[in-house]
Design a protein around this ligand. Structure first.
Ligand code: AMP
Ligand code: MG
Length: 300
């Protein structure tokens, strides 16, 4: 496991003012101990921790399934090319595919826009015993939609419901939604993968340079990059308004993919460990039935 202090550094304290500039994007700024190591050595240490956490996550997921009371919702938000997809692939590669479900949210469909904005997310929530991964989430509705409020025009929302307090009301909706999930046994773990503008440029250029990465490039991503500052502001506002005791935000450095993956895995394992999961124990009459079954099988 990583040190508690390191995780605390990246946890948004509920009620605190959020400035993304205060959160490091790179490995060398992230931690004193890491800074003392060469990059290669730090990478090696991180790879070991990730490997341990992957194994722990597989076990934790089995426990979650056997216990069958809790579910876990992992929310991944980030600017383009921050590494959401790679993080999902690397962190969950050891987990039983039956135990986790990934949902990626794109622009809402006409059917989705005909419902309240939480409807499509509600439908995709993990069942008890499962880990749900949201690759983008209901936070898009206070991020991309806040940066491009004209998106609301396609939604047939009554004009009189688009008043001055609209965004604060949406944060309220999200807080209430997550409070509801918490009360019902769903643990929500929210990550913002914090990539720098310079690193995003590098990754976009790489997508243009390498033939097998061309498919990843979208001109729309470049258009969104032009709104970088507005997005950072929207993220700051959303994270500040919705980091709570039960569902805090983690602002994870994303300029080095190995740092992101190791930290995300570590935080998920930690959070599942706090649930106090146990294998169900059977009542005496059920145990007696097991003994009867044993006797029958042995007598064959
Ligand atoms: P990607 O994750 O690269 O496939 O891109 C999905 C796109 O869908 C992104 O540009 C998101 O901003 C956009 N998107 C996701 N959720 C919403 C939403 N609720 N409203 C508008 N656009 C969204
Ligand atoms: Mg994209």
């Amino acid at each position: 496991m990583l040190r508690d202090k390191l995780i605390e550094r990246f946890t948004v304290v509920p009620g605190s003012k959020v400035r993304l500039k205060d959160f490091p994007t790179g490995f060398d700024e992230a931690d004193e101990d890491l800074r003392r190591l060469t990059k290669n050595k730090a990478k090696e240490v991180a790879a070991d921790v990730l490997e341990q956490n992957r194994a722990e996550l597989a076990t934790a997921q089995e426990m979650l399934y056997a216990d069958d009371r809790y579910s876990v919702l992992v929310v991944l938000q980030a600017m383009d090319a921050a590494g959401k997809d790679g993080t999902i692939k690397h962190v969950f590669s050891g987990v039983n595919p039956q135990g986790c479900q990934v949902f990626s949210f794109k622009k809402p469909s006409a059917e989705e826009l005909d419902h309240n904005f939480l409807w499509r997310y509600m439908k995709s929530l993990p069942e008890r015993g499962r880990i749900g991964i949201f690759n983008r989430s209901y936070y898009e509705d206070v991020l991309v939609v806040k940066v491009h409020p004209e998106l609301l025009d396609s939604g047939n929302l009554p004009d009189e419901r688009r008043g001055r307090k609209f965004w604060n009301d949406r944060y309220d909706d999200l807080n209430n939604f997550e409070k509801h999930l918490h009360r019902n046994g769903t643990t929500v773990i929210k990550f913002f993968l914090n990539v720098s503008k310079a690193q995003q440029r590098k990754r976009f250029l790489k997508r243009l340079d390498e033939d097998d990465k061309h498919w990843k490039f979208s001109a729309a991503d470049l258009a969104e990059r032009a709104h970088w500052d507005a997005y950072q502001q929207a993220y700051e506002d959303a994270i500040e308004a919705t980091s709570t005791e039960h569902s805090p935000w983690y602002v994870v450095p994303a300029d080095d993919k190995w740092v992101t993956r190791t930290m995300v895995a570590d935080i998920i394992v930690r959070r599942i460990h706090t649930l106090g999961l146990r294998y169900p124990t059977l009542p005496p009459d059920a145990l007696a039935k097991l003994e009867e079954a044993r006797a029958k099988l042995e007598a064959e």
